[in-house]
Design a protein around this ligand. Structure first.
Ligand code: B12
Length: 177
């Protein structure tokens, strides 16, 4: 059942085309953003992470997937090595608050303090008020936080918007057909 759900999910993504164009001096060149993604802490939930990777690649965003059970240091190192525009952290097993706290500081220490940080999944144990949970992660330094069941396209649209607003990337335009 899970398999058919995943297949259905990926198929539904295939219909969406996002064009990312670099307008400005290099009119003909495409700007390809890079996203480092992975599942933080001792968390082994792999399926959502795979779906996010495919969703990013589907719209021509470079996905650097560091997989499950990734430490904060591994996220930061991958982002530095690849010159990433964003880090997408997943946490499904309920220990998100503990595992995710301090990542912004580690980014600052590594010289990538202005990188976009998104987090999503089952970020806390059980069902808590989402707005409170979201606020908690925003206060920890994440730019955006997503509840379970978020469609990847929603975060992709946010990423395109955030990148286009960034001072040094103000010529990145994303359009969704
Ligand atoms: C399959 C599964 C497992 C498998 C994982 C197999 C594997 N290697 O992947 C196994 C059996 C190993 C497992 C173990 C455990 N699990 Co489990 N598991 C699940 C289950 C049934 C499905 C998870 C899944 O694949 N979902 C489908 C994918 C597509 O959805 P997703 O992961 O949510 O990801 C999507 C979105 O959330 C979002 N998203 C996720 N991350 C991010 C990040 C960003 C930036 C963005 C934008 C979006 C985004 O996009 C993804 C794609 O659409 C869920 C219940 C459920 N219905 O979700 C429980 C669940 C996640 N597990 C749970 C628990 C508690 C555990 C265990 C702790 C149980 C235990 N006591 O041992 C262990 C933890 C082990 C560990 N160290 O990680 C709880 C978590 C509870 C909580 N957080 O409050 C859940 C919710 C079950 C429940 N209702 O209690 N689990």
């Amino acid at each position: 059942m899970l398999r058919s759900f995943v297949v259905q999910y990926i198929t539904s993504l295939a219909g969406t085309i996002v064009k990312i164009q670099n307008r400005g001096e290099k009119m003909s060149e495409e700007y390809v953003p890079t996203v480092v993604l992975g599942v933080i802490g001792a968390d082994v939930h792999a399926i959502g992470n795979q779906i996010l990777e495919h969703a990013l690649e589907e719209v021509n965003i470079k996905a650097v997937n560091i997989g499950v059970m990734s430490s904060q240091q591994e996220f930061v190192e991958a982002a530095v090595e690849t010159g990433a525009d964003a880090i997408w952290v997943s946490s499904l097993y309920g220990h998100g608050e503990m595992d995710c706290r301090g990542l912004r500081d580690k980014c600052i220490e590594a010289g990538i303090g202005d990188i976009l940080l998104y987090v999503g999944g089952n970020l806390v144990i059980g069902k808590k008020d989402w707005e409170e949970t979201k606020e908690k992660f925003i206060k920890m330094g994440y730019d955006r936080a997503y509840p379970p069941g978020t469609r990847p396209q929603e975060a992709i649209d946010d990423l395109c918007q955030d990148l286009s607003l960034k001072k040094d990337k103000n010529d990145v335009i994303c359009t969704t057909d």
